[in-house]
Write a protein that binds this ligand. Structure first.
Ligand code: GTP
Ligand code: ZN
Length: 372
């Protein structure tokens, strides 16, 4: 007779699943997931926070947490409790805020449709680290960085601590998950390699063009996802033409010069703020803000990409020296800091068009890109 299946008991020395303490990585992942679902979170000793963008239902609160930049646009930064530059801002409204009102406050791209807001009173925060973590968690989740504080009804909050976020950036779990031959328009000699990490649902890929040559460092392009430019042919940026030109440059190296190339395609839309926030930044650009100010007005960093992940991908591909196609010195510095030798930087400037002239000028003048 077969042995019956039975549950483990504590007497077997096995911790029941419900008793196992969640790891920082798990708590960080659950925090991001909660924000995307519109569930409340509780970070350390901070009160429960509910994301203004994703929450639903008949919820209200008389306080909100926003980023300092948003506090500036709401004219709170002149109040002493919000006077510390870059620090998150808590504010109290005269009447409890419903979700629709909170969202109107959170989204500056809708300011023209909702001009009358406030008055609000800035409040001092004695949980600044947790507030900062909440805003960063919102960026990772790709939502607006704005929260109702202590919403009513409160709902069941997902708990984490501010330090758990470090686990989100841990690259130890990044692995090559699959590879396949992929003929592309530029060449039929290419292999696509997909990467997966336990924490992050975004799957980065590498495209290796030509045959590996241990004696010649590959031509490498670290390209960040731009759905509008790469797929739809948007003229607002230079991403599509840069991607195309990089693939052709690698194909020609592979064909004529016995060289090879690697495209690293990083799923970090909008320089790390996500597609939907990038759309909001575009609306602000249509109102006259440049690409840097538009991000900041949303309460988001103008640059939040993770370049160490590119270095880790190169490690996993067994590549330690590269010739890098870029106008952005930050990419060179970031790779070198992670132990990848950039033996040459090759300019990667494509002709401007009337729609992206200002964008390119801003990259040159405000983000330090080497563009002429
Ligand atoms: N937030 C935001 N992101 C943008 C805007 N225009 C383009 N992007 C994003 O900017 C990123 C451009 O990436 P890359 O071309 O790899 O990098 P780069 O910093 O321009 O540097 P190069 O290597 O010189 O091209 C992509 O993630 C785009 O989605 C914009 O107006 N706002
Ligand atoms: Zn683009």
């Amino acid at each position: 007779m077969g042995e019956a299946e039975r549950p483990y008991s504590a007497d077997d020395g096995v911790l029941a699943l419900s008793e196992a303490p969640p790891s920082p990585a798990r708590r960080a992942a659950q925090g991001v997931d909660a924000l995307r679902h519109g569930w409340p979170i509780r970070i350390g000793r901070a009160p429960p926070l509910l994301a203004a963008e994703t929450a639903s239902g008949d919820v209200r609160a008389d306080r909100m947490l926003i980023s300092h930049a948003r506090g500036v646009t709401l004219k709170l930064a002149n109040q002493s409790a919000a006077a510390v530059p870059e620090a998150p801002v808590a504010m109290r409204a005269a009447e409890p805020l419903l979700l629709a009102q909170a969202l109107a406050i959170a989204d500056p791209s809708a300011d023209l449709a909702n001009p009358l807001k406030g008055p609000f009173k800035a409040l001092s925060i004695d949980w600044a680290e947790e507030a900062q973590a909440a805003l960063e968690l919102a960026r990772i989740a790709g939502i607006l960085p704005a929260f109702l504080i202590e919403p009513e009804p409160e709902g069941e909050a997902v708990s984490l601590s501010a330090s758990d976020l470090a686990a989100w950036h841990n690259l130890d779990t990044l692995r090559i998950a699959a590879r396949a031959h992929l003929p592309i328009a530029a060449t039929d000699n290419a292999e696509i390699i997909a990467f997966r990490s336990a924490h992050d649902l975004r799957e980065h890929v590498a495209l290796v063009i030509g045959e590996r040559n241990a004696n010649r460092p590959p031509l490498v392009r670290v390209h960040s996802e731009c759905l509008t430019g790469d797929i739809l042919g948007s003229l607002k940026c230079d991403c599509g033409p840069q991607l195309d030109a990089a693939l052709h440059a690698m194909a020609s190296e592979a064909g004529a010069q016995n060289g090879w190339g690697i495209l690293l395609y990083l799923r970090q839309e909008g320089r790390g703020i996500g597609l939907i926030n990038k759309m909001r930044a575009y609306r602000l650009q249509d109102q006259g803000f440049d690409t840097v100010d538009a991000n900041n007005r949303l309460g988001l960093p103008d640059e939040s990409r993770d370049f160490p992940v590119a270095a880790r991908m190169l490690d996993l591909l067994g590549v330690s020296s590269v010739r890098l196609l870029t106008n952005n010195l930050a990419k060179v510095v970031a790779l070198e800091e992670c132990g990848i030798r950039v033996i040459e930087r090759i300019a990667h400037q494509l002709p401007a068009n009337p729609h992206n002239e200002r964008y390119l000028a801003t990259k040159r003048d405000r983000a330090g890109h080497l563009l002429t």
